[in-house]
Design a protein around this ligand. Structure first.
Ligand SMILES: C[S@@+](CC[C@H](N)C(=O)[O-])C[C@H]1O[C@@H](n2cnc3c(N)ncnc32)[C@H](O)[C@@H]1O
Length: 233
């Protein structure tokens, strides 16, 4: 992967993966009002904004390892939110909720939950979204999408096993498919269209991203993330 080209395409996107404010609210509606919140691997901060709006009195921290995402998040959130560069899987709490959209796969579910366990306060929760293996009735296009994107994808049982192996229990799950993916890919398509023909160094990366979007469009309602709300068992 050409990292420079990758991050040129991914600059100025409102979020770096599928998701929507309703996902954050779905979690907040099920847990005691959190006073200490971590947005782990916040990307450009879309969910940090939702967390800050929903929790005006909470101490909120957002962490990402990429400096430009940290800067983008800082421009979007109130000053009371701490936004910093760092390893989202090596954090000091205590936090009442650790939120992580679309980034646990960098680590593996069990390892990520184990890493976060010492940073959870009493009655602390973790909510994270992970790619979900298509069901047996899904069209070939869905398999083609994930074969290109994330071949090690797991089904619900596999994800559940990984959560349990970390000593956590699942309190609820929510499918993320359709519109939240459209909301992710529509700005990316605009970015591709804007950059096309501007720099030969971007050609391959633009082509790869266009292919990703085309594969997703062919399987639109069969490509999903699973949002999982957990706590230590
Ligand atoms: C698919 S993006 C999701 C970003 C954001 N949560 C969102 O939904 O827009 C994955 C993010 O994880 C970040 N990331 C990956 N590994 C990380 C780590 N060890 N520590 C902090 N951030 C990490 C990347 O920089 C990127 O911003």
């Amino acid at each position: 992967m050409n990292r420079e080209a990758f991050f040129t395409v991914h600059r100025e996107l409102p979020r770096e993966g599928p998701g929507e404010a309703a996902d954050v609210h779905w979690v907040l509606d099920q847990i005691p009002k959190p006073a200490r919140v971590l947005d782990a691997a916040c990307g450009p901060g879309a969910d940090t904004v939702t967390l800050a709006d929903a929790l005006p009195e909470a101490a909120i921290t957002a962490i990402d390892k990429m400096p430009h995402f940290v800067e983008e998040t800082r421009t979007r959130v109130p000053d009371r939110v701490t936004v910093r560069e760092g390893d989202a899987f090596d954090v000091r709490g205590p936090f009442d909720i650790i939120w992580c959209a679309g980034a646990v796969y960098f680590k593996c579910v069990t390892q990520a939950l184990k890493a976060w366990r010492p940073a959870l306060g009493p009655n602390g929760h973790v909510a994270f979204s992970e790619p979900l293996k298509p069901g047996p009735d899904a069209p070939q296009a869905a398999w083609d999408f994930w074969a290109a994107e994330y071949p090690q994808i797991m089904d619900r049982a596999g994800l559940s096993d990984q959560v349990i192996a970390a000593g956590f229990e699942i309190l609820g799950t929510r499918l993320i498919f359709g519109q939240p993916w459209e909301d992710y890919y529509t700005p990316m398509q605009a970015r591709i269209d804007k950059l096309r023909g501007t720099d030969p160094a971007l050609t391959d990366t633009l082509h790869e991203h266009q292919r990703e979007i085309d594969l997703w469009r062919a399987a639109r309602d069969h490509v999903a993330y699973l949002l999982i709300l957990t706590r230590p068992a």
